[in-house]
Design a protein. Structure first.
Length: 334
């Protein structure tokens, strides 16, 4: 009887120490943008320090702002052992480059740099300069060999900003899932991964912003709301990053083949995929490719779904929605 009593006390004490599962939300600043993460923690533990450690691990590999990162050493042709994160991103980047006929290209860095942020250096850009940069740019000019990155030209530089942020979302989601968080949403600067359901028992709902130049400094208006069911989403858009010259709008996306900003009617591309790294890269590639070619690329890949916002000849907004994406749309706005 005494043994039974002590065992009962022990079980009660253990049960009392266990915290109930609860949804926890974290936010902060990383990669020059804001992140939001919400997850059902099995024992109510706040995992923000661990989440930020995961994101910083990627920073040490792919940040061009950190002179000691793997990608910075590669760009400076310094001897370095390529880490697993770098290799994973590089291989996927090369795959998307092939699938999009070079519209996505992580060697575009020299062209992006010469134009400057917000095209502040556009007066300095000449056809001769662009021609010289074309010798350095091209995803076929870099490859892996025995664990090393080989370049056809030593001045070729890599910039993984259009794919790494999506991969960071995947890393955070994978970490949380490994900790028993089956219901989660990880968002970094607009790239999103969602698993399971939210605190209300519903699938996670994600808004797609309406492209409106007049809303630059005001609250963004939504064009649509999509329901994420264990998938990832990434959006790329030119409508808030452009300059106008002689009545022509020049977008912020650089075409790796021409070296110049793209000019077409496509204003926003949203991609659904099984992982955010893929969605992120595709969204950027589609902003380079334009509407018709992007639709053809998307239709050829059954693993992605897309939502495109474009401008018709009269300047009105139109949308192209793939069949798979249409099934997940909860609401569309005018």
């Amino acid at each position: 009887m005494r043994t039974f009593y002590l065992l009962s006390l022990l079980l009660f004490a253990l049960a009392s120490c266990q915290q109930p599962a609860q949804y926890i939300s974290n936010e902060g600043y990383i990669y020059g943008t804001i992140y939001h993460v919400t997850y059902e923690s099995p024992q109510g533990k706040d995992l923000q320090p661990e989440i930020e450690a995961v994101m910083m691990e990627l920073n040490q590999s792919m940040s061009t702002f950190d002179s000691t990162s793997t990608i910075s050493k590669v760009n400076k042709n310094e001897p370095t052992e390529l880490d697993e994160l770098f290799i994973t991103i590089f291989k996927q980047a090369q795959k998307i480059s092939e699938l999009t006929d070079g519209a996505f290209d992580i060697t575009v860095a020299p062209m992006v740099n010469v134009w400057g942020f917000g095209f502040k250096n556009k007066e300095q850009v000449t056809p001769q300069l662009i021609d010289s940069l074309k010798q350095l740019v091209g995803y076929q000019k870099v490859h892996l060999e025995n664990g090393q990155l080989m370049k056809d030209h030593p001045n070729t530089m890599l910039d993984a900003s259009a794919i790494a942020k999506g991969f960071a979302c995947d890393m955070v989601a994978d970490y949380l899932y490994s900790q028993g968080c089956k219901n989660l949403m990880a968002e970094i600067g607009g790239e999103v991964v969602a698993k399971g359901k939210n605190a209300k028992g519903n699938y996670w709902s994600i808004g797609i912003s309406k492209p409106d130049d007049n809303e630059f400094f005001t609250q963004q208006k939504l064009k649509a709301i999509v329901e994420l069911q264990d998938r990832a989403l990434a959006t790329s858009g030119n409508y808030r990053n452009f300059y106008v010259e002689d009545g022509i709008k020049y977008a912020h996306t650089i075409d790796p083949k021409t070296g110049y900003p793209v000019q077409h009617s496509l204003l926003s591309t949203t991609v659904l995929a099984d992982n955010c790294m893929t969605a992120d890269a595709y969204a950027t590639a589609f902003m380079v490719s334009g509407l018709e070619k992007s639709i053809a690329i998307a239709e050829a890949d059954p693993e992605i779904d897309v939502y495109f916002i474009y401008s018709d000849p009269n300047g009105n907004y139109q949308t192209y929605v793939s069949p798979g994406f249409k099934k997940l749309l909860k609401k569309e706005y005018e």
